[in-house]
Design a protein around this ligand. Structure first.
Ligand code: UDP
Ligand code: MG
Length: 331
C-alpha cells in the first residue's frame, strides 16, 4: 500500500458493544488487535488507536474479561454501563466516549459476524474524503430464511414510510469525528442510529462484505427484541403510520355511511334488516380497527412521554483508560 496516502496518521477507535459476550470476546480482541497492529505498521492509523469495549450491563464474566485484557493488551479500553441500556444506547455511549479521543470511529458487533478484514478498506475510504463508510452485507446466505424474510420486510417498510436507511447495513460502519459531533446534538432518548446517520448527510460510501455466523454464544436479539427494535425504528423515524390511521378512519367512515344509507333505503322500502351476523361482524371489525389505531397512537404518546422526561440514555459506572482509571460510581 502507498504510504504517502496517509498524510498524518489518524487515531482510530473501534467501538464494540458487549452484552454477555464472554464466549466470543477473547477471539474478538485478538482479531481486532492484529488488524490495528497491521494498520499502525502501515502508518494508516496512529499508534494511540484503540479497541473500546462497552459492557452493556452484562450478567456474565464480560467485564472481568475486559479488565483482564486491559493491562497486557495496550489497545484495549473499556467502559462499563451500570445497567443493560440496550444495543443502540451502549453503542451511543461508546461513540460519545470515543469522540473525545479519536479522529475516526468504527462500530462493530462483538460476535465477529461482520468481517473485520474490511476495516483497512473503510479507513482508506475515509482518507479518500468520506465521513461515513457503511459496511453492507453482500448477501444473507448465512441467515435463516425466517430472519431473511423479516429483515427484508423491515427494510421495505422503512423505505415505504420514508425513512432513508441503508439496505443490508447493520451497525458496522466508520464515522468521522465531525459526524460524531453532529450526532451528539441528537438528544432523543430513542435513538435509532441506522436512521439518524444517513440523515446527517455528510459524504458517505459503502464497503461490501459477507457476513458470517455468530462466532460463539447466542444472539442477543430474540424475536421479541427484534420486533420491538423494528417497531422502535419505524416509530422513531416516521409519523406516516399515524397518517395511515387517519386514512383508514376516513375510509371506514365512508363505508359505514354507504352501508347506513343502503339499510335506510331498504327499511323505507319495507324490507327489515335481518342480518345479526353482519351486525356482529362489523362491530368486531370496527372495534378491532379502532384498537389497532389506538395502539399505534399510544406508541407515539409513549415515546413523547419518554422523551419529555429527558432521562439519561445510559449511566457510566467505570472507565478503563490507559493513564488513569476513573471510577465514577456515583455520577
Ligand atoms: N448488545 C448490547 N446490548 C443488548 C443486546 C446486544 O450491547 O442489550 C450487543 C451484542 O453484544 C452484540 C451486538 O449488540 O455485540 C449485536 O447483538 P447480536 O449479535 O446478539 O444481534 P444479532 O446479530 O443476532 O442481530
Ligand atoms: Mg450478531
Amino acid at each position: 500500500m502507498d504510504n504517502n496516502m496517509y498524510s498524518t496518521p489518524q487515531t482510530l477507535y473501534i467501538v464494540v458493544p458487549c452484552y454477555n459476550e464472554e464466549e466470543v470476546l477473547p477471539e474478538t480482541i485478538t482479531r481486532l488487535s492484529s488488524i490495528l497492529r497491521q494498520m499502525i505498521e502501515k502508518h494508516a492509523i496512529d499508534k494511540n488507536s484503540a479497541i473500546l469495549l462497552v459492557d452493556d450491563g452484562s450478567k456474565d464474566q464480560t467485564w472481568r474479561l475486559i479488565e483482564q485484557y486491559f493491562q497486557p493488551n495496550h489497545f484495549v479500553r473499556g467502559i462499563k454501563l451500570a445497567h443493560n441500556a440496550g444495543h443502540q444506547n451502549a453503542l451511543f455511549a461508546g461513540l460519545m466516549h470515543a469522540k473525545e479521543r479519536a479522529d475516526i470511529v468504527i462500530s462493530i458487533d462483538a460476535d465477529l459476524q461482520d468481517d473485520v478484514d474490511v476495516i483497512p478498506e473503510m479507513v482508506d475510504k475515509y482518507h479518500e474524503g468520506y465521513d461515513v463508510v457503511y459496511g453492507v452485507r453482500k448477501d444473507r446466505s448465512t441467515d435463516t430464511s425466517f430472519k431473511r424474510f423479516t429483515a427484508q420486510t423491515f427494510y421495505r417498510l422503512m423505505k415505504k414510510l420514508g425513512a432513508d436507511i441503508v439496505y443490508n447495513h447493520a451497525d458496522y460502519r466508520l464515522v468521522s469525528k465531525r459526524v460524531l459531533e453532529q450526532l451528539s446534538m441528537y438528544e432523543e432518548r430513542n435513538l435509532f442510529l441506522r436512521g439518524v446517520i444517513p440523515m446527517i448527510g455528510f459524504p458517505s460510501t459503502y464497503v461490501y462484505y459477507s457476513r458470517s455466523e455468530r462466532f460463539a454464544g447466542e444472539s442477543k436479539y430474540p424475536l421479541k427484541k427484534m420486533l420491538s427494535f423494528a417497531f422502535d425504528g419505524i416509530t422513531s423515524l416516521s409519523v406516516t403510520p399515524i397518517r395511515y390511521i387517519t386514512g383508514i378512519g376516513l375510509a371506514m367512515s365512508f363505508i359505514s355511511l354507504i352501508v347506513g344509507l343502503y339499510s335506510f333505503i331498504r327499511e323505507m322500502m319495507g324490507h327489515t334488516v335481518m342480518g345479526w351476523t353482519s351486525l356482529m361482524t362489523s362491530i368486531w371489525l370496527i372495534g378491532g380497527i379502532q384498537l389497532i389505531c389506538l395502539g399505534v397512537i399510544g406508541e407515539y404518546i409513549g415515546k413523547i412521554y419518554k422523551e419529555t422526561k429527558r432521562r439519561p440514555k445510559y449511566h457510566l459506572e467505570t472507565i478503563l483508560e490507559k493513564q488513569s482509571s476513573v471510577d465514577r460510581k456515583r455520577s
